[in-house]
Every structure is written in C-alpha cells, then in structure tokens.
Design a protein around this ligand. Sequence first.
Ligand code: ATP
Length: 370
Amino acid sequence: MKIGLFGGTFDPIHNGHLAMAQVAQTALQLDSVWFIPVYTPPHKERTGLTSGAHRLKMIEHAIAHEPTFSVSKIELERERTSYTYETIQQLRQQYPEAEFYFLLGADNIAGLGSWKELAYLLNEVTFVAFARPDHDTTTTYPVIWLDMPLQAVSSTAIRNFQAYNYLNPQVLHYMLRHHLYGLTAIHELVFHEMSYQRFVHTMGVVETAVALARCHGLNERQCHVAALLHDYAKATPKAELHDYMSHYFPEEPFIAPIAHAYVGSITIQEDLCITDPEVIDAVRYHTTGHPDMGVVAKCIFIADYIEPNRQFPGVEQARQIAYADLEAGLRHALAQTNAYLQAKGKMIHPDSHALFEKLQQLPVEGEKEC
Ligand code: ATP
C-alpha cells in the first residue's frame, strides 16, 4: 500500500494543497493521501492558530469529493507539539507494510535539517517536494521533486483577504458561516446577495482596494467596506432596479449596467445601516465615476478594474500605473473603459465624460514606491 502523508497547519486548506495531493497521487500512483493537520507546528512562529476542530472540518469539506483522500486526527489528538517522527512511529506500528510518501512545499525543504529524528524519518518515508514561488529548490537530502504549475497561494494570503480564487467553495462557506479569518456578518450577508463567482471577484476588489489604500495612505477600513459592498445590488432584478431608480434618482436615465451601482448605494443604507458618505459615494460611482468623487470612490473604481481575477490585455500596465499614482490610475482605467464602451457602440455616462475632462487637466504626481 502506497500512502501519501500530507502534514500542515491547513489554516485554511487551499487549492494549492489539493493540487499537490492530486499531482502526487497520479505521479506516484498512491492508493490514498492522508491530510494530517498539526496540533502545534514546531517550525512555525505563529500564535492564534485556528482551532483544530475548524481546520479539520475545512479539510473534510475540501476533500469531500475525493474518495481516496482522507483526514487524520493523529496529531490533533496528541494535543502537544506535533513532531513528524512521532506521527510516523505511530503510523508505522499500525501499518508495518505501508510505503509512506511525505509531501512538502519548497519552503519546508530548506529547514528539513532541523527536523527531530531526521535520520529515522529519512529511513521510514520518501520526501516528495513541490516548488513554491520565491523558494529555493536546492537541498542535500534525498527528495523527489514533482512538477506542478507554481501555485501562487498561501494560507497566510487567505488570512489577509487575498487569493480567494484558491478556495474550495465549501471551505469558503464554512469560513463565512463561522466568521473565520476576519470575515464578519457583513461579509456573510454580501455573500448571500450574489453568485459565488461574483463574491470571489468582490474579494479580489477588497484585496486590491486595501493594497491601494496602504500604498496611497487612504483609510483601509473604509476602502475594505466600500469594496465589499460595491456590487451589493448586482443581482437585484431589473424591475426592482427600475423602481429604485425612478424613486431615488428620477433625473437619471435607466441604464441597466449602471443602475446596480446607484441602487446599491441606497440598499446598503436600508439593509445594512451604512451611513459613511464616502462608502455610499464609492458604491454609487464605482461604475461611472463622478467629477466630484472622493479618494475612497477613486480607489474602488480602480480596484474593480485591476483586481487579480481580471485578465484582459493591458491589465498589468493598469496595475503599475495605479500603484504609482492614484489619479493617473483612475484616468487610465476610465480612458480604457470609455474606449471599450465606444467600440461596443454603448453610451458613455455624462459623469464619466465630465470626470475624464477633469482628470485631463490635473498634473500627474511623481511616482511612488509601494
Ligand atoms: P501559511 O501561509 O500559514 O504558512 P501554507 O499555505 O504554507 O500556510 P501549510 O498548511 O503550512 O500552508 O502547508 C502545508 C504544506 O503544503 C507545507 O509543506 C507547505 O510548504 C506546502 N504548501 C502550501 N502551499 C503551497 C504552495 N502554494 N505551493 C507549494 N507548496 C505549498
């Protein structure tokens, strides 16, 4: 029996982990892969690890449709620092004939020399490693390296509201339901207002808006909330959007792709008691822009355009400009959006025109290093 053993904090488990298990299983023809969440990792200086019960549940959700993957409580049940050699000793007693393959990312390979009872481990298991962005792949120890496209994700990134496109939907549901990793009741409410893909896009906008806020000295909290709420009314039925528009904005023409922004700026007040005028404006103007929009609104407009799930040609250039200079980033995003609408024969909102005119007259500030 060939078993892949995959130890980690899994706080939370992400698709990079799952890809590693799948690649190892195929390449090494493993009968199964066992995920082993640590109780306390000996090699990580991290406090505030999420409870073992939550991490275990998230792994169960992530592997629910993988019949040959399972999760082992062996380290959680020891309830002390999790040394891999103790785990292997225990497993060896239970499975004397098994061939064990221990899966690792390149970041762990560098520290392998400091693992307790390494000689014993090298005798009992075959280490199987995967490259990881920004980590060296040289080692003097016998390790099998398996090929896999680099997975630009870490649990740390997810704990920082990033890389949500690497989450299994059931894991994301679980995180939202239990308000893990900074997710709140508002995140949960927003999630229920939109499709799964729209929520992943929304979290991409959150990630970018917070990064832009840090870079340009804006209020991170305001930018986070505005980004989270920007598409709150995106799934509102057209007839309802129409009613809201004629009631609250009778002077505005009804343009369906723009209406959700105007209506969202009202429904976030009605449903969620949002009162911050900068957040309300950011939601209202995130599609058209407005000549008098504030910095939070500018940040959301740009973040919506360049968030990491956007992949159109020229997006990298748009990102560089936005991080160098917020106004230039806005002007660039707006010019591209207007050109796109024009090419499609669609109407450009008068506010977008007026904003562009205004931005044309502004001097471009010096570049910044974020
Ligand atoms: P954190 O960001 O909290 O340090 P992590 O993303 O590294 O977490 P762990 O649970 O610590 O996740 O990882 C378990 C194992 O998977 C480790 O050996 C780690 O090196 C490896 N691993 C995790 N993510 C990747 C990845 N994106 N590419 C390659 N290996 C990875």
